[in-house]
Write a protein that binds this ligand. Structure first.
Ligand code: DON
Length: 589
């Protein structure tokens, strides 16, 4: 744990320590108790900035907006204004809505733009540089959510991020490592990126250095002062268009001006009496999550021991089938007909489980042979945060640049990283192979279309009561991470802390293998799963689920920071530096 976090915890502990211990019994770690709301994110500084907004009476949406802009400064691997994402808002009365600010394909894009002369996918083009980005949606999305549910002035939510960029902030060990790798590697071809993120004067970033992001401060100040139009129609749009045209990129000022965020109805379902609220297309996450939960409810998964071979076998078969549906049917609903209602129906789940053999792993190829064309992944950065305010409004927000640091591209003068989200489209029409490439029509590239996502922000409720707010990064593993956290709390009665700490698993139909986090299941269980025919791979970690959990007996709210992220923190209005020492949140020195 970093020194600054230890110092902050020591202050919290000192303030919270009772004069005489009331009990000598160890209390279970339930997370950070949050009487007045909480922000749980992968950036401690950004969590503090969000919590300071809650302290000033801002709503959960206000806090989410401030946190998202702050993460665009403190967490450049995924926090962004040059990318996109999804937000779910649940109001105290139980109604819910979502905001879709997914990137769109530029007007000049074509279905085969990433194929080389031999018809193979040129992954360099989607990995980095000027052809990789979709038209960013984050700034419009945050503005739309703010206009619906914000209470504080927009400027007051964006300026803390601009100030942070201008005044600088302390680099953590994980940020130093990430920046050093980026600047020496993928950012090297892009002078604007090295100028923005290289250490002034050269050399390596180290924990404790102060990083100042001058151009980003200028851009954020413009957005704070002039609103989202500064980004989409003003000088920032001019700068993007000019650099794109000069470097073979596609995004134009017209693309930026035409970008609109969308408010969409969430997908909703039930699982063992819980209400599940998640993201509709163009994310596949909510639909796949509900399909899996419906199958697992019909299979009475809650009656099996949690990490038993039987339970893991059945959850794997459910994951496999929902991912096959994803490959077959899901895409941007503004462009293709997606049969969401059928896919999330209990009847569909009943049909799907008829093909599950309790004694044998199914073959993914056999199940999907109508779409698999030839024998033949997704990267690992995005970020999720969860917010609740004292009135019971909750926000579940996942946003991303796609790969870590997106396209590794900062257009000179703008200070922010552009996404490489175009790679989420199906890039080779007609080719669906064993390595996980999908070529089905629903997610082919078309001008103005949103690429399919796996981001799965989710909110769980029971009657009028909030139960859980969660989500994760991790490409296609996201859907399974959200499933595992939801199952932990709902099927197996874990606390939020236990469900977040619990081992996670992944199966995405193709490639046909089951990944389990290191130490996730016993050797015996692994052996049984292999005997059933699963290709089991054990190791690593999966996702980062920054979660809010409500105690079922007391109704107390807890922020649960996922320990898999080095800088994660659950901040409440009483734990910010501002509340404790008067220092402004975020500018700790
Ligand atoms: O939208 C998606 O599903 C992906 N672009 C998310 C990428 C991702 O999660 C990478 N991260 N860890």
């Amino acid at each position: 744990m970093k020194l600054r976090m230890i110092a902050a915890l020591a202050v919290t502990a000192a303030l919270a320590a009772p004069a005489t211990p009331v009990s000598t019994q160890a209390q279970p770690d339930l997370g950070t108790f949050a009487r007045e709301g909480v922000v749980v994110s992968s950036s401690d500084i950004a969590s503090d900035i969000g919590a300071a907004v809650l302290a000033r009476g801002g709503t959960a949406v206000d806090a989410a907006v401030a946190t998202a802009f702050a993460m665009a400064v403190t967490y450049p691997t995924a926090g962004n204004i040059g990318g996109g994402g999804f937000m779910i808002v649940r109001l105290p009365d139980g109604t819910a809505t979502t905001f879709d600010f997914r990137e769109r394909a530029p007007g000049k894009s074509t279905p085969t733009m990433y194929l080389d002369a031999q018809g193979n996918i040129n992954r360099n083009l989607t990995a980095a540089g000027y052809l990789a980005p979709g038209v960013p949606g984050t700034v419009r999305g945050l503005a739309m959510a703010h206009s619906r549910f914000g209470k504080m002035p927009w400027r007051d939510l964006v300026m803390p991020a601009a100030d942070l960029a201008r005044n600088g902030f302390l680099v953590s060990r994980s940020l130093a490592g990430g920046l050093n790798r980026e600047v020496a590697g993928p950012m090297k071809p892009f002078p604007g990126s090295v100028a923005a993120y290289g250490k002034p004067g050269g050399g390596q970033w180290a924990e404790g250095d102060t990083i100042v992001l001058g151009d980003l401060a200028k851009t954020l100040t413009a957005i704070a002062t002039d609103g989202p139009d500064a980004f989409y129609t003003g000088w920032i749009a001019d700068t993007i268009e000019k650099a794109m045209a000069a470097n073979g990129g596609l995004i134009t000022k017209a693309d930026l001006a035409a970008y609109q965020a969308k408010e969409r109805q969430p997908v909703r379902g039930t699982f063992l009496g819980y209400e599940i609220i998640s993201m509709p297309p163009p994310s596949s996450g909510g639909t796949a999550l509900l399909t899996m939960l419906n199958m697992l409810e019909a299979l009475e998964i809650q009656k099996l021991p949690r990490l038993s071979a039987e339970a893991v076998h059945l959850t794997t078969e459910a994951r496999r089938r929902a991912f096959l549906d994803r490959a077959r049917f899901l895409g941007d609903p503004d462009f293709v007909e997606v049969p969401v209602a059928r896919l999330i129906s209990k009847a569909h789940a009943t049909d799907l489980i008829k093909t599950i053999d309790p004694k044998r792993a199914s073959s993914s190829v056999e199940l999907g042979k109508d779409i698999v064309t030839v024998p033949g992944e997704e990267s690992d950065e995005t970020t999720h945060f969860s917010v609740a305010d004292r009135n019971g409004m909750a926000v579940s927000l996942t946003y991303t640049l796609e790969g870590g640091y997106g396209a590794h591209l900062v257009i000179p003068g703008t200070g922010f990283l552009l996404n490489n989200e175009m790679g989420d489209f199906n890039k080779k029409p007609g080719t669906t192979n064993l390595t996980g490439d999908i070529g089905t029509p629903a997610n082919l590239i078309a001008p103005g279309k949103r690429m399919l996502s796996s981001m799965t922000p989710v909110i769980v409720a029971r009657g009028s009561r909030l139960v859980l707010v969660t989500g994760s990064p991790g490409g296609r593993t996201i859907i399974n991470t959200s499933l595992d956290v939801v199952l932990g709390v709902t099927a197996w009665g874990l606390t939020g802390r236990e469900a977040v700490d619990a081992p996670r698993m992944h199966h995405q139909w193709l490639p046909d293998r089951l990944s389990i986090e290191a130490n996730g299941v016993s050797d015996d269980v692994q052996a049984t799963l292999k005997a059933l025919g699963h290709d089991v791979r054990v190791g690593g970690t999966q996702g980062s689920a920054q979660t809010i959990w409500v105690h079922p007996n007391t109704g107390a709210i807890y922020g649960v920071a996922d320990r898999r992220s080095a800088d994660a923190k659950a901040s409440t209005p009483t734990t910010t530096p501002e509340a404790q020492s008067g220092a402004p949140s975020g500018v700790r020195r």
